[in-house]
Design a protein around this ligand. Structure first.
Ligand code: NAD
Length: 315
């Protein structure tokens, strides 16, 4: 099938380049001038793995206003706060046949995507792998070939023929998709994971492996997980994991999978970019409020990140 990636940043490039290397037709659409112009000038994107074997991969990149392609599937990887504008600028090439797949972090994107794509053609998921955009036109895939995996679910929770085709092609690209039939539970499991690891590592400028070695890591993590689970229980969201399993996942990823990785929120704040904290800890707090429950630790943490942004702590 033909794929168009909306958001040719770290993760968009990872998914798109892997699909392209597996033999599928891929275009990239981006709104960041420096990225589009650099990729065009150097005739591709520089790709490395864990800092090794940097090589140029030719890719087609377009601004939304000039794109003329007709993809079967759109893969959306913008930051949460960029999405509304990105969709508005790209709507001219959307049609009522296309499916959309997104594995962005946080929550808020599904409602925005539903303004253009009905739930019957929307697949949401979680990307369980790190990728770093070193600078415009230069991306580093964390982990060896075949590393990482993803969960994916239909918003309807009813996989159709197209879903299986997408999952099959993602498998051929080495993205290791795991199809579930629990849409909100799948997405929220990652929101909760990030509400611990992304936010705490960012606040203290530490790698995941450093966080997990701290004697207070479990106390902090479990408190955040407990509050988030309390919110989900009130909303009727059935999570994929138990509270204990969610903590074990945080421990496993920090110790075994990605100990040397700085979470993407840290990458944002260290580059003076806006974070997605309002869509992670902020989302959990705001969701709880709708059900008369205050996830106060999440709100406190969200505000601490905003204080750090305001104070220029990371300049
Ligand atoms: P990214 O910042 O690399 O790219 C997103 C968009 O921002 C792209 O359009 C990119 O061109 C643009 N951009 C990048 N740097 C910019 C700059 N300095 N100024 C202006 N625009 C810039 O984002 P990403 O890491 O690919 O994340 C996309 C989504 O995937 C987010 O929701 C993120 O939380 C999630 N995610 C990221 C990772 C990761 O390891 N990077 C892993 C899992 C999920």
């Amino acid at each position: 099938m033909k794929y168009t990636v909306l958001g040719a940043g770290a993760m968009g490039l990872r998914y798109g380049v892997l699909l392209q290397e597996a033999g599928f037709d891929v275009d990239f659409v981006d709104t960041w001038d420096e990225q589009v112009e650099t990729i065009r000038k150097q005739k591709g994107v520089y790709v490395s793995r864990d800092g090794q074997n940097k090589h140029l991969v030719p890719v087609n990149v377009y601004y939304p206003e000039e794109y003329k392609g007709d993809p079967d599937v759109l893969i959306v990887f913008t930051k949460q706060y960029q999405l509304a504008d990105f969709l508005k600028r790209s709507a001219r090439f959307f049609n009522d046949r296309q499916y959309v797949v997104t594995c962005m972090n946080g929550m808020g994107h599904v409602d925005k995507l539903n303004q253009y794509f009905p739930k019957e053609r929307l697949l949401g998921g979680t990307a369980l792998i790190g990728t770093v955009l070193n600078k415009a036109g230069d991306v580093d895939f964390i982990g060896p070939k075949g590393a990482g995996s993803m969960n994916i679910a239909n918003e309807t929770e009813k996989p159709d023929e197209m879903t299986h085709k997408i999952v099959d092609e993602f498998q051929q690209a080495g993205l290791n998709p795991n199809l579930t039939t629990n849409f909100l539970g799948t997405l929220m499991a990652k929101v909760i994971f990030n509400s611990v690891i992304n936010t705490l590592c960012t606040m203290f400028k530490i790698r995941m492996g450093e966080y997990i070695q701290s004697p207070v890591a479990q106390k902090l993590g479990v408190q955040l997980i407990d509050e988030a689970f309390d919110v989900c229980e009130r909303t009727g969201i059935t999570l994929l994991n138990t509270r204990q399993e969610e903590w074990e996942t945080v421990k496993y990823v920090s110790t075994v999978s990605n100990p040397l990785h700085f979470p993407s929120m840290y990458q944002d704040i260290s580059k003076n970019r806006q974070t997605e904290v309002d869509y992670i800890n902020g989302y959990i707090y705001d969701l709880g409020l709708k059900y008369h429950y205050e996830a106060k630790t999440h709100d406190f943490l969200r505000n601490l990140v905003h204080l750090a942004e305001f104070a220029g702590t990371f300049d």
